[in-house]
Design a protein. Structure first.
Length: 197
């Protein structure tokens, strides 16, 4: 059973003009198919010209009758529902900012796999490791982080080691003549090094 186009505020010419102005290619194609139907072409022919089958054209006629030209556009899909609630996201953000406790968590810095286990343990939600990375990006955390400090490092011992190091170790040897530079900026061998023995 064919469905007739009941909306008559736009003629076939009006639909063609709308299709020319429309930036949505799929909606423009549907408008052109309906224009062909209004001009008296067979449904199968109009559907074939628009790159669809008759049943699909019939569905678009229903949408056009109900909503007008706006019904010929694709509806946006909101996507899947987030697995973590806003409260859980806020708690995860504070967990990441505080950092891990080496004794309790067994790590000195968070990795995605570690946070995946924390999320499953705390919230009962299993996320893929890649999804944990997407959640962290949405929360504003960068993938790269500073190098962690070892929990048992002693800053005083490090400072004492720096003071005890000889100051001459970074200076060149005084008996060695300085290397001259070529015009290209590359270091050259000293003249005495190129002489044959």
């Amino acid at each position: 059973m064919t469905v007739a186009i009941t909306r008559r505020e736009l003629s076939a010419g009006d639909l063609r003009r709308e299709a020319r102005r429309c930036r949505d290619g799929a909606a423009a194609r549907r408008m052109l198919a309906l224009a062909l139907v209004l001009e008296g072409h067979a449904r199968a022919e109009a559907a074939r010209h628009a790159g669809m089958d008759r049943q699909t054209l019939r569905d678009w006629v229903h949408r056009y009758n109900a909503q007008g030209p706006a019904g010929l556009r694709d509806r946006s899909h909101p996507g899947p529902k987030p697995r973590l609630t806003p409260v859980q996201l806020a708690e995860l953000e504070s967990i990441v900012e505080q950092g891990p406790d080496p004794k309790r968590d067994g790590v000195v810095r968070w990795r995605r796999v570690d946070l995946q286990a924390v999320i499953e343990r705390r919230f009962g939600v299993h996320l893929h490791e890649r999804s944990v990375g997407k959640v962290l990006r949405r929360l504003g955390f960068a993938r790269l982080s500073v190098r962690p400090k070892h929990p048992s490092s002693d800053p005083e011992a490090q400072a004492a080691f720096k003071k005890a190091s000889p100051s001459w170790c970074g200076q060149p040897c005084p008996s060695m003549p300085p290397a001259s530079r070529s015009r290209s900026g590359l270091p050259m061998k000293p003249e005495w090094a190129s002489r044959a023995p």
